[in-house]
Design a binder for this molecule. Structure first.
Ligand code: ADP
Ligand code: MG
Length: 289
């Protein structure tokens, strides 16, 4: 059984009036079934309002299902006594790094989680060293987080979650507030955590270019899982992705149309350089025939 597993998960936001009568029901997650293995890098892609954050909040028991079940590390999140274990298994990183940084010095911020968990002091410092190194922020350990860029802050936030040694990290649009450089830093860091440390990663995003290295992608639309597959499988369904209001880069669509005409380009082309390189390769082969 996977480290994160959901079966027929439904979540409704319920709005009530002053007399506690139900005024409105918003079905944010509709019948989601998924299974994520330990060590996998899974991306969840979807347009704004498709239910990604609501689903993510179930992975850490910040929300409990209206119907259906979600198990984290084999524990049903509805069981009250499982709460601590669930939160320890799956750490969360959110969109805005400013809301996640608490201490006035980087190293204290990273040590805050394990300290709260009652980890002995020596072990806290060992983890702080290791985690800052893993996110490439060791040189900043005595700096005030206020002086860091958005990407650096987000990497400190990731180190802070890592220091609690979760098996799994759920990142809910961690790059949404960052510039392109910051976005690259964060995605690179997350990939390394997955590859080198074997941490299971669930990366939630609406940027297609961030999911290309995932082992598997779930595409959400209107609260449901609309597509599931490897990046190659997902990227070869350009028309459907557009129907789910995802921005398909122009060059991906062009490559997709050329592939349909029989030109052997790879399905995951996202930038113009790759496109030009592959097309040049194809021409070279044709000329030499
Ligand atoms: P995403 O993260 O993909 O943008 P969300 O999970 O935030 O999607 O939202 C899914 C749906 O639930 C949307 O229709 C949104 O308006 C609604 N929603 C989200 N949070 C709340 C809330 N606290 N109360 C009521 N409705 C909400
Ligand atoms: Mg969201």
């Amino acid at each position: 059984m996977g480290i994160i597993r959901a079966k027929n998960l439904i979540y409704n936001y319920i709005k009530r009036d002053e007399e506690d009568k139900i005024e409105e029901i918003n079905e944010a997650v509709k019948d989601v079934t998924l299974d994520i293995e330990e060590g996998e890098f899974v991306a969840v892609l979807g347009h704004n309002g498709s239910g990604k954050s609501t689903l993510a909040k179930h992975m850490n028991a910040l929300l409990l299902p209206s119907e259906g079940t979600i198990w984290i590390g084999g524990r049903d999140t509805k069981a009250e006594e499982a709460l601590l274990e669930v939160r320890q298994t799956a750490g969360m990183v959110f969109q805005n790094p400013d809301n996640q940084i608490i201490a006035s010095v980087v190293e204290e911020d990273v040590g805050f989680g394990p300290e709260n968990m009652g980890v002995p002091t020596d072990e806290i410092w060992r983890r702080v060293d290791e985690c800052l190194q893993a996110v490439g922020m060791s040189a900043y350990r005595e700096v005030s987080p206020n002086r860091l860029s958005g990407g650096q802050k987000q990497r400190v936030a990731i180190a802070g979650v890592m220091a609690m040694e979760p098996k799994c990290i759920v990142l809910d649009e961690p790059t949404a507030m960052l510039d392109p450089n910051g976005r690259r830093e964060v995605i690179r860091t997350v990939r390394e955590l997955n590859k080198k440390k074997g941490i299971t990663v669930i990366l939630i995003t609406h940027y297609m270019e961030e999911v290309i290295h995932a082992d598997r992608i779930y595409v959400m639309d209107e609260g449901a899982i609309a597509l599931e597959g490897t990046p190659e499988e997902i990227f070869s369904r350009v028309e459907e992705l557009k129907n789910f209001r995802l921005d398909v880069p122009q060059v991906t669509e062009l490559a997709y149309n050329l592939r349909k005409k029989g030109i052997p380009l790879s399905p995951c082309i996202l930038d113009i350089q790759d496109f030009v390189r592959e097309l040049a390769e194809f021409r070279k082969q044709r000329v030499s025939l």
